[in-house]
Design a protein around this ligand. Structure first.
Ligand SMILES: *Cc1c(COP(=O)(O)O)cnc(C)c1O
Length: 406
């Protein structure tokens, strides 16, 4: 039987029902430890990109481990504050938001990361030199697993083009803006570790030329994690060695010990998460077998949206000798495949199917499509299990609908 720490998936499914997201809190701590180790010898600050998994208890766990937060909306900032963060521990990295939201973020006391020239101009007009800011630079590097999740290339909407450095500087001078950080985020799942060094070097050049008062350089995230065995992943230790070397050389030349920031999402929470679903039906069609489970793209959209591969296990019988090839599909009324042609131990109706690496961009991208409830979430931590989000009910589905007398 497949277990998460000391809990079998059957016992978790029986206690909380299915579909169910389960997170292993100790795995998150391991990942934090790996990052800290990889960047030893620098003044490292970790910011958890909480859009990956926004349950408030996960944020609390990050806080307990000394990890700050990166948010992309003021709503996420409110959650972080509820999780106990001080506003100055929250970096706000929006993309193309209304200026009113930027003002709200300022009022909350968040650290600002600005991503366009028009925004910089407006910000300058209103706040001048009164607030420290960070600039999100687009270094024009094509990376990231697919074009859908790549953010640092020339045609990406993100950041201020590095080719507009002179224009940035004009605005900064005009309003006396206090630039204390430079940021880049190349996109998720980059394959070549050296791109982050390439991007870093572009930021260093900007720093030398225009920004003498930096407090930090933020190298974003995009670390690739293993979704299947022998997947090409970011070797954090090796990458760390390379980054530490160029970063320390930068600090020396710059004449100041600046902080090195990263804002990982997936790297911290992907592997900790499992989506548990029950096999509703096992269907043997001519030429193809299907396992239909009580979940779907409404709960985990990555396979359909990004063609993401998630390892799938028959949690009720993970080591069974007798195997069969299946497509594992959801219960949504459109094509809704979690995994194709997976050879796993024979599945019987009622078995618990475990979809791995479901911690990042799983629940946080879930919807009520087909008017299905979103799953419950449970956290296993130090050998104890806690419910951290209740399953939805019909009330949640109806909450904001306005009933007319028709
Ligand atoms: C989404 C996001 C991240 C996290 O990316 P991962 O690939 O999940 O690590 C980091 N920084 C910014 C600005 C983001 O938008």
């Amino acid at each position: 039987m497949f277990s998460i720490q000391n809990y079998t998936v059957e016992s978790l499914a029986n206690q909380f029902g299915t579909p169910l997201y389960v997170y292993d809190g100790n795995k998150i701590e391991e990942q934090i430890g790996k990052m800290r180790k990889a960047y030893e010898g620098t003044n490292l600050k970790l910011k958890y990109a909480c859009k990956a998994l926004t349950n408030i208890n996960i944020m609390k766990l990050m806080r307990k481990n000394g990890v700050d937060i990166d948010v992309v909306s003021t709503q996420e900032a409110h959650l972080a504050i509820l999780a106990g963060y001080e506003p100055h521990q929250i970096q706000y990295t929006p993309s193309g938001v209304a200026f009113s939201e930027v003002q709200e973020a300022v009022a909350l006391g968040l650290r600002m990361n600005l991503d366009s020239l028009p925004l910089l101009e407006k910000f300058g007009q209103i706040y001048g030199s009164s607030l420290p800011i960070c600039l999100r630079i687009n270094p024009h590097i094509m990376e990231g697993g697919t074009i859908k999740i790549s953010t640092g290339h020339k045609d990406s909407k993100f950041g201020i083009s590095i080719e507009q450095a002179d224009e940035i500087y004009e605005v900064v001078k005009k309003y006396g803006l206090r630039v204390v950080g430079l940021h880049q985020h190349t996109g998720s799942d980059f394959k070549n570790a050296h791109v982050i060094i390439e991007a870093a070097e572009k930021l260093f050049e900007l720093a030398y030329k225009y920004f003498p008062n930096l407090e930090f350089i933020d190298l974003g995230s995009g670390f690739k994690v293993a979704y299947k065995e022998d997947d090409h992943i970011t070797d954090m230790e090796k990458l760390g060695k390379g980054v530490v070397k160029v970063f320390n050389e930068f600090c020396e030349k710059y004449g100041k010990e600046v902080e090195l920031w990263f804002e990982p999402g997936k790297f911290l929470v992907s592997e900790c998460g499992y989506l548990l679903a029950r096999a509703n039906v096992v269907k043997h069609n001519p030429g193809r077998n299907f396992v239909g489970v009580d979940s779907g793209l409404n709960h985990l959209i990555r396979p359909m949206m990004y063609d993401a591969y998630h390892e799938i296990v028959n949690g009720s019988n993970p080591d069974g000798e007798e195997k069969e090839k299946y497509d594992i599909v959801g219960y949504i009324c459109e094509t809704d495949t979690f995994g194709k042609d997976r050879t796993i131990p024979v599945v019987n109706e009622g078995d618990i199917i475990v979809i791995k690496n479901a911690g990042a961009y799983g629940f946080s991208m879930a919807s009520n499509y087909n008017s299905r409830f979103r799953p419950a979430e449970a956290l296993v931590y130090n050998g104890e299990v806690h419910l951290i989000r209740k399953r939805e009910t019909m009330e949640d589905i109806l909450k904001n609908q306005v009933m007319l007398e028709l």
